[in-house]
Ligand binder design. Structure first.
Ligand code: ADP
Ligand code: MG
Length: 297
């Protein structure tokens, strides 16, 4: 087992940040740790990486008892803390050399990591000269320098622009091919794009722990479609697997189907048959979205 958290509770003063949290992860999983601000994500990660102690419970990483042997455990853990605390006045290589010396890592490994995170072109610059996305890459490079088997990334995509987001998500996916990754986010779409599994946490308690594949088996499909004219609701009755049709605004309908087949092409046929034009058509993955809203609302 790569990660094993059992019955962790953490209290700050009178406030309970984590309440009896348990989960475990096999090798090679990418887990999205999803929850609103203040849910306890960072606290859990600091405990997992041995930086703070819980009031109760046990944590094992790669079968090492983190509470008893934090330094030993940290050798197998790569950690990118929230807000990526890097020394921005340093050059990229200089910073990574500094980190490598702390971890007692062979300096030859630095270039491998620079390549892995796509930093070759920027590695001669000072960190503050880099865009936020590239600064995140420096943080990721530092986290994987000692070749850890488990990666703990605390909101690695917060504050990135849309292009950087896509790049860092892809990088996390690539790293996940050889490592167990736990990363926190409050963006549900991020979990869908990157993870095998989602753990939703709120007010210090785990509310959902599911593989994304089981969420996708849920057959409900929601499609929002805008026609050029108003459509009589009765027309939709020809869809046998229609669960509901809601007229959101003027000519826009939210149609919910019970189907694993992509209903967009059927709606296109429907429009043609009824002499309608489609001005907009989007399929939503209702499953994770509704789940997140239901449990965190
Ligand atoms: P998240 O990372 O999900 O936003 P945190 O783990 O940072 O959540 O925080 C969980 C709760 O614990 C919050 O209510 C936060 O205010 C509180 N908290 C976190 N760190 C401390 C601390 N050092 N002292 C007191 N309260 C804290
Ligand atoms: Mg946090």
């Amino acid at each position: 087992m790569s990660i094993k958290v059992s019955k962790i509770s953490k209290v700050y003063g009178s406030q309970k940040a984590l309440n009896n949290v348990s989960f475990s992860a096999d090798k090679g999983q990418i887990i999205g740790f999803l929850g609103p601000n203040g849910a306890g994500k960072s606290t859990m990660m600091k405990i997992l990486t041995g930086f703070i102690k819980p009031n109760e419970g046990n944590v094992f990483v790669d079968d090492i008892d983190v509470l008893k042997n934090p330094l030993e455990a940290q050798k197998t853990i790569g950690y990118l803390p929230e807000h990526n605390p890097i020394y921005k006045d340093m050059f990229v290589r200089e910073y990574l050399q500094f980190q490598a010396s702390i971890f007692k890592v062979d300096k030859s490994h630095i270039e491998i990591c620079i390549e892995k995170v796509g930093l070759i072109e920027e590695a001669h610059k000072k960190i503050h000269q880099l865009s936020k996305g590239y600064q995140q890459r420096v943080g990721l490079a530092a986290a994987i320098l000692h070749n850890p088997t488990v990666l703990i990334l605390d909101e690695p995509t917060t504050g990135l622009d849309p292009n950087q987001l896509v790049e860092i998500r892809q990088l996390i996916k690539d790293l996940g091919k050889e490592k167990t990754v736990l990363f926190s986010t409050h963006i549900m779409q991020e979990v869908e794009a990157v993870c095998d599994r989602v753990i939703i946490i709120k007010k210090g308690e785990i509310l959902v722990d599911k593989k994304l594949s089981t969420l996708k088996e849920n057959k409900q499909q929601v499609i929002e479609v805008t026609f050029n004219v108003q459509v009589d609701q009765k027309l939709f009755n020809q869809f046998e697997n229609l669960l509901s049709a809601v007229n959101n605004q003027e000519n826009t309908w939210q149609l919910t189907f019970n189907s694993t087949e992509d209903m967009r092409s059927k709606i296109f046929d429907f429009a043609q048959e009824n002499n309608l034009k489609i001005l907009g058509l989007t399929a939503q993955n209702k499953n994770l979205e509704t789940l997140f809203r239901e449990v965190t609302a």
